[in-house]
Write a protein that binds this ligand. Structure first.
Ligand code: XUL
Ligand code: CO
Length: 436
């Protein structure tokens, strides 16, 4: 039984190909800075968008009707969907996938029933992974869709809801571990507030930290060695989310002693919602050794909410790859397409076009970034720009070997300062365009 009978295995055909169902730039075996593209990107397919996306939006009902979404029960459909998903992922040639517990497996009437169904689905996922060689990049728990989470999960003012969330994450971690998941993600869509009049922010943030320490303890207990990742997002659905951006997440981790246990999963559309560029969030996490993985997508400047579109902008992917190459890749993280086709893109084949475009855009970005890096087109300039710190008093500042008093006598003695040099932004922007 095939769910995509008209789609062959997607092959690399090179930049001259006009075949829409072929890669023009993503060539898994091609080496960039010592790594194959397959290992550099570690592309992942997001189960929630690609196999559960319906095209519904706050103003309209589902538009993406999929022929396979039929069966006598939610469980039966969930099991069938595993076949659909692995046919898609295998044909696409993505080495990884990612899921929330509730994307792959429905909620039953009780927690016992929910977990029993989850075990059955996980068994089938494990078989499909073994058959196809597709691996689990990360798992996570959906702590935002069910009405019980209306006030949050780990930050809910209701302790029973906290307890239920803990039970749900415990199970999701165990299944992720069972499936060989290489990371485990926490995205707190409802971990925040809508209004400070009814919120004890200190208590909520303390609870979030308690929750995380219990997760760390449980990972130890079950032998899960995967990387924990926070996924920053400033808002949506909640007005203010505690994991606002990379800086807020890292501050939280340090304040509560979690910095050894948690890295970040940076998402493009979340970065822009926070008023940052993706490159800023990547560079900020990377410089602190905390860039673990990325959720690749893009927003729309004219809409302004989390539109989760597939990334096709070569400037964007080049900027991402400049940072990712600098830190020699993302493993055990990867590039997960947290992106959905538009509600007007109603055919299953659109899912292929979308992923092919995203993978090719990243491959092009990587080739361009590698060429820029090889020539030192940016780095030589940046090094020169800071060269006053390479010797003399500048070096003493860098080495922590001076003081305000010493610097005061230094400038008094020196009189005239070393002149500033041009930032050359326009020239550097022109140079980047020469590589595109
Ligand atoms: C929501 C979002 C999530 C996380 C996983 O904006 O990005 O799908 O990636 O919970
Ligand atoms: Co995401």
């Amino acid at each position: 039984m095939s769910y995509f009978p008209d789609v062959p295995k997607i092959a690399y055909e090179g930049p001259k190909s006009k075949n829409p169902l072929a890669f023009k730039h993503y060539n898994p075996d091609e080496v960039i800075e010592g790594q194959t593209m397959k290992d550099l990107f570690r592309f992942g397919v997001a189960y929630w968008h690609t196999f559960r996306g319906t095209g519904s939006d706050p103003f309209g009902a589902a538009t993406l009707t999929r022929s396979w979404e039929t069966g006598s029960s939610e469980k039966e459909i969930a099991l069938k969907r595993v076949d659909v998903a692995f046919e898609f992922i295998e044909k696409l040639g993505a080495p990884f996938y990612c899921f929330h517990d509730r994307d792959v497996s429905p909620e039953g009437a009780t927690l016992v029933e929910t977990n029993k169904i989850f075990d059955e689905v996980a068994k089938k996922l494990k078989e499909a992974q073994a058959r196809t060689g597709v691996k689990l990049l990360w798992g996570t728990a959906n702590l935002f869709s069910h009405p019980r989470y209306l006030n949050g999960a780990a930050t809910s003012p209701n302790a029973d809801v906290f307890a239920f969330a803990a039970a749900q994450v415990k199970k999701a971690m165990e299944v992720t571990h069972e499936l060989g998941g290489e990371n485990y993600v926490f995205w707190g869509g409802r971990e925040g507030y809508m209004n400070l009049y009814n919120t004890d922010m200190k208590r909520e943030v303390d609870h979030l930290a308690r929750f995380m320490h219990m997760a760390v303890d449980h990972a130890k207990k079950i032998g899960f060695k995967g990387q924990f990742l926070f996924e920053p997002k400033p808002k949506e659905p909640t007005k203010h989310q505690y994991d606002f951006d990379a800086a807020a997440c890292l501050n939280f981790c340090r304040a509560y002693g979690l910095e050894k246990h948690v890295k970040l999963n940076i998402e493009t559309n979340h970065a822009t919602l926070a008023g940052h560029s993706m490159m800023h969030e990547l560079a900020y996490s990377s410089m602190q050794g905390a860039l673990g993985s990325i959720d690749a997508n893009t927003g729309d400047l004219l809409l302004g909410w989390d539109t989760d579109q597939f990334p096709t902008d070569i400037y964007l992917t080049t900027q991402c790859m400049l940072v990712i190459l600098e830190q020699k890749g993302l493993a055990p993280g990867g590039v997960n397409f947290d992106a959905k086709v538009r509600r007007e893109s109603i055919d299953p084949v659109d899912l292929f076009y979308a992923h092919i475009g995203g993978m090719d855009a990243f491959a092009r970005g990587a080739k361009i970034a590698a060429a820029i890096r090889k020539d030192g087109a940016l780095s030589d300039f940046v090094k020169k720009r800071y060269s006053t710190y390479d010797e003399g008093m500048g070096k003493a500042i860098d080495d922590g070997k001076t003081s305000f008093a010493e610097l005061e006598s230094y400038v008094l003695k020196k009189g005239e300062l070393t002149p500033n040099i041009s930032g050359r932004q326009e020239l550097l922007e022109n140079i980047i365009n020469e590589y595109l």
